[in-house]
Design a binder for this molecule. Structure first.
Ligand SMILES: [Cu+2]
Length: 345
């Protein structure tokens, strides 16, 4: 339950209301999202668990699998509407990657960095990817979903990269279940969890390690001014669950110290979470790795999204939008699309 003081604080900052999500055919309920973009980006605040867990889409199918290359990185598209992504039914509406407000044109409030309608680059709360080594979404719980990658300047651009630890083990089954997490640092206190199917490729047999049991992150203060008696949590961590009903694992500190995927909240590592492994070797050949489906994939070590594009999967060149070819969604009907466009925020 949320305390009344928290509710009051949040009520003061509801002037900014808009939301973002990753967009990919591998997300749960993809077919519903492309017909009703609002189902993907709806507010996630003070809701029962059935509605915030996987955004309420856990029982709906995915239409792809995101490949996680061990030791490499993936780039996902984040936007406040499908219109701005490469999955837009109208290519003309898609924003140019890297352009100002490319994740949500004309709506800086949706980035949740300020209570006013602007971007404050000092106020990104960071976003994160979690993984559960289970085949079926019903087997995922907050206790087995481990954050393996963070991006501390998220959400700032549509194309957002996440490093994958080089010791990531292949999924025990045919795939794993992943989720993208984000928290609003300013404006309405929104919690975001978009689940998707994922798999791990390129795991080096000799280096892959088991992921340990994750524990809840805690507020520790920054590494330069830590809170006495609150040492940083080292090792595998759960996602941060706040602002809703049901499972919660984080305390409310204050409006200036809202939870996020950064130093102050037990996530000092920006990028691959290399401290999540137990040290236990994953014996080679014990896991079957399925062939990954299309994903925007950039080579390991490259900080530049456009630097290295895997031939035949995506094309990020200037005049063509990136398209995941073998998982391309069907386009929604024109009338529905116009309707959705008129209801952007
Ligand atoms: Cu929002």
């Amino acid at each position: 339950m949320i305390s009344s003081s928290l509710l009051a604080l949040i009520a003061l900052s509801t002037s900014v209301q808009a939301h973002q999500s990753i967009w990919h055919p591998a997300v749960f309920g993809w077919n519903q999202h492309k017909d009703d973009p609002g189902s993907m980006i709806g507010p996630l605040y003070d809701l029962p668990q059935s509605q915030w867990w996987f955004r309420g889409h856990a029982n709906e199918p995915t239409a792809g699998v995101v490949d996680l290359p061990a030791g490499g990185r993936i780039t996902l598209e984040i936007a406040c509407h499908i219109a701005w992504t490469s999955y837009s039914p109208d290519p003309k509406s898609t924003t140019v990657p890297g352009s100002y407000l490319d994740a949500c044109p004309n709506n800086p409030g949706s980035y949740h960095t300020s209570d006013y309608d602007r971007i404050d680059p000092t106020q990104y709360s960071g976003c994160a990817l979690g993984i559960a080594d289970v085949d079926h979404v019903q087997d995922v719980s907050p206790e087995n979903l481990t954050i393996f990658s963070t991006n501390q300047t998220c959400v700032s651009t549509k194309l957002t990269s996440f490093e994958v630890p080089d010791q990531m083990p292949p999924c025990k089954g045919k795939k794993c279940i992943c989720a993208w997490f984000w928290l609003a640092n300013k404006g309405q206190a929104n919690f975001y969890m978009t689940g998707f199917d994922c798999s791990v490729s390129g795991s080096p047999g000799s280096a892959a390690r088991r992921i340990g049991k994750p524990v809840p992150p805690v507020f520790t203060g920054s590494s330069t001014s830590p809170i006495p008696g609150k040492p940083a949590v080292v090792g595998p961590k759960q996602a941060i669950y706040v602002y809703n009903q049901g499972y919660q694992n984080t305390e409310w500190i204050g409006n200036l110290d809202r939870a996020g995927y950064h130093d102050k909240w037990s996530f000092p590592i920006d990028g691959a979470q290399t401290d999540i492994f137990t040290g236990e070797l994953v014996s080679p050949g014990s896991n079957s790795v399925t062939s990954p489906q299309a994903n925007i994939k950039v080579s390991a070590g490259s900080k530049n999204v456009q630097a290295s594009v895997q031939q035949g999967i995506v094309d990020l060149s200037r005049n063509s939008r990136p398209v995941a070819r073998n998982v391309r969604p069907q386009h929604m009907r024109r009338s529905k699309w116009r309707n959705a466009m008129s209801n952007l925020h």
